[in-house]
Design a protein around this ligand. Structure first.
Ligand code: SF4
Length: 81
């Protein structure tokens, strides 16, 4: 896991990811999640010590809105789908 991004179109604002990995995920005014470190563009490499937490958040997202990749997303959550 090097990059992550939230698909805000499908996020249901459940609040799980920010609890699992608060250094990476936060919520906007509507409660929708976004990636803190790069303004949800999926372009900034995740620090190695946070990778396990990001993976936990990815696996725990009930709407599969968290995307992960070895390559940057450049703002498009569906880039690799
Ligand atoms: Fe949205 Fe998924 Fe995070 Fe819940 S866990 S707030 S559905 S991105």
């Amino acid at each position: 896991v090097k990059y992550t991004i939230v698909d805000k179109e499908t996020c249901i604002a459940c609040g799980a990811c920010g609890v699992t990995c608060p250094s990476i995920f936060d919520y906007d005014d509507e409660g929708l999640a976004f990636v803190l470190i790069d303004d949800n563009t999926g372009t900034k490499e995740i620090r190695e010590e946070l990778e396990d937490d990001v993976l936990d958040a990815y696996e725990g997202c009930p709407s599969d809105s968290i995307k992960i990749s070895e390559d940057p997303f450049h703002g498009d959550p569906l880039k690799f789908e």
